[in-house]
Design a protein around this ligand. Structure first.
Ligand SMILES: C[S@@+](CC[C@H](N)C(=O)[O-])C[C@H]1O[C@@H](n2cnc3c(N)ncnc32)[C@H](O)[C@@H]1O
Length: 253
């Protein structure tokens, strides 16, 4: 696992220590009581009611959690309108979506708020813990309860394997694997993505993932790529451009 020796669980002295011990045991990580004298560069801890990922720079600032709030400019009523390049690529008639590369779930949650039926896959056990915490918080949001919604289901493991076991093919499988940055500090300037790159690394098996997704989908695969990257599955049927990125759409029939 790429985050071994880089990551620890941090117990800062408040809250029930057994929760921290269980997290450390689940992830097979050391439990630390302070960040001094340790070699790890990253820590998982609960702060302000959220599970957070910290590096030494974020220790005093609060840390990163999966943000369940709508993005800037997004309509707050449910369902949010299916507008923009992302929704166009996913398709307005699409109902069910598997996000096979969930990461910080910003795309999954955007789809969820637009009313799509979303199921998530993530292979990093650390990210899966952050996501589980976020989906529990989402379930407690008043709008989610008022609309009687259930947060996305999360499956932890390699999507290449999990997609082979899917019984009901979804309308769309969405992929946003990690591409190497064109220049150091280019598209990865967002802190959350820089940290993910550091801890999880580049997704070197993305072509195999594309093939598994195309075999498993009922109607389409959508791949998000930086604008400089070659299309993952060869020439797409359609392409929608966003800011510094592209959504390539591969239709099944
Ligand atoms: C660039 S991030 C995705 C960001 C995400 N779209 C968001 O909105 O936050 C890629 C994520 O996909 C995960 N991933 C890549 N390949 C995967 C695979 N084959 N199976 C499951 N997860 C995968 C990585 O662990 C990483 O967390």
């Amino acid at each position: 696992m790429s985050h071994q020796n880089k990551l620890a669980v941090l117990f800062e002295g408040s809250g029930d220590v057994s929760k921290f011990e269980e997290l450390a045991e689940r992830l097979n990580l050391p439990l630390r009581q302070s960040t001094d004298q340790n070699s790890e560069a990253f820590f998982l801890t609960w702060r302000d009611g959220c599970l957070k990922l910290l590096d030494k720079e974020l220790l005093k600032k609060g840390g990163l959690s999966v943000d369940i709030e709508p993005r800037n400019g997004e309509q707050r009523s449910y369902p949010a309108p299916k507008e923009g390049a992302f929704a166009q690529a996913i398709g307005r008639k699409t109902k069910t979506v598997i996000d096979a590369t969930t990461g910080w779930a910003q795309d999954s949650l955007c789809l969820f708020r637009m009313g799509y039926d979303v199921c998530c896959i993530e292979r990093s056990p650390m990210m899966a813990e952050l996501l589980t915490d976020a989906f529990e918080r989402l379930a407690r949001e008043s709008w989610v309860q008022k609309c009687q919604l259930s947060p996305p289901i999360l499956m932890t493991g390699n999507a290449i394997d999990i997609l082979k076991t899917v019984e009901t093919p979804p309308d769309c499988i969405y992929l946003d694997p990690m591409f190497p940055p064109k220049r150091k500090k280019s598209a990865l300037s967002k802190k959350s993505m820089t940290i993910l790159q550091e801890l999880v690394g580049e997704d070197v098996d993305k072509i195999e993932l594309f093939e598994a997704a195309f075999a498993a989908t009922a109607k389409r695969v959508v791949v998000k790529s930086p604008d400089y990257a070659e299309p993952l599955g060869g020439k797409p049927n359609e392409s929608f451009s966003g800011k510094l990125l592209r959504y390539d759409v591969y239709l099944k029939n």
